[in-house]
Design a protein around this ligand. Structure first.
Ligand code: ATP
Ligand code: IP8
Length: 251
């Protein structure tokens, strides 16, 4: 079982205040995955500018509200349609799974997740495509569930043996590589390493810090994961083919 998360920073222009697709990257990444066609596979993607700026605009974290919920839901679903469109174009049989229809959270964390339907699609050799979404929350009314959190949950539940998070940097650095030219790539992070996550840039779901903290939870359960740069042509493809590429291993 392999789980790949395609980062919103790769398939959208994450710096945009409005939803803006990076179609070139989206097509290339979908093509790279389809050229390898790993199976059994679950795909997850992030929200990028189709989610984060809208969550901020409607102040959903501080004030979970119905209007904001509906608008965020609409945009992330729209991004998911684009992702599914290009996966289909390059030959993969996919089905879109809307997290807001199968997940209920409690205090921002997945509390209930009906994975039965995912298992049934996998039995039919159809790849489920999920995404960071806004969902019902028992205590907060609505909460934002990152693609990273979905990866962590499914990684454990589905006993994945390969988990890849594709983003716009080569992996986890000792400081944000976009702000510091001298940042050094950390090749491996183990649960026992005392890594300071609070210094890493944060978006509404925690950015790189959120990603690492979810992956460390997986590592504690003995499940390893890898963060790789999918903005670089063929890097994800090579990793899927089992070749050694520049990346961070967590676990
Ligand atoms: N120490 C760090 N190491 C690596 N990247 C870092 C670090 N601190 C901050 N970052 C930032 O984290 C970003 C990647 O995380 P981010 O959550 O934005 O990616 P993503 O998962 O691709 O996006 P999305 O959450 O929209 O799916 C990079 O663009 C980088 O600038
Ligand atoms: C912003 C929303 C709605 C989902 C965030 O998911 P992520 O991009 O994986 O962090």
């Amino acid at each position: 079982m392999i789980i790949i998360k395609i980062g919103g920073s790769v398939i959208t222009d994450k710096n945009s205040k409005y939803p803006k697709l990076n179609k070139k990257n989206l097509k290339r990444v979908c093509k790279e995955i389809c050229e390898v066609m790993p199976f059994p596979l679950i795909l997850v993607h992030g929200a990028g500018s189709f989610g984060h700026p809208i969550v901020k605009k409607y102040d959903i974290i501080a004030n979970p509200n119905k209007k904001g919920f509906c608008i965020v839901h609409y945009w992330v679903k729209k991004l998911n349609l684009y992702v599914c469109r290009y996966l289909l174009k390059y030959g993969m049989d996919v089905v879109s799974i809307q997290p807001s229809s199968c997940i209920i959270a409690s205090d921002g964390f997945i509390d209930y997740f009906n994975v039965k339907i995912i298992e049934r699609y996998l039995e039919k050799e159809i790849v489920p495509v999920l995404y960071g979404d806004i969902v019902l929350d028992k205590s907060l009314e609505f909460s934002v569930i990152s693609g990273d959190q979905i990866v962590r949950y499914l990684g454990e539940k589905m006993k994945a043996n390969k988990i890849i998070l594709a983003t716009d940097v080569d992996g986890v650095y000792d400081k944000d590589p976009k702000k510091h030219k001298d940042a050094k790539l950390i090749k491996r992070i183990k649960p026992e390493d005392k890594i300071k996550l609070k210094d890493f840039k944060e978006d509404v779901t925690g950015g790189m810090a959120g990603k690492v903290s979810e992956l460390l939870k997986l590592a504690e359960k003995g499940v390893k994961s890898e963060i790789v740069n999918a903005k670089k042509k063929n890097r994800l493809k090579k990793l899927l083919l089992g070749k050694r590429v520049r990346r961070t291993i967590i676990g």
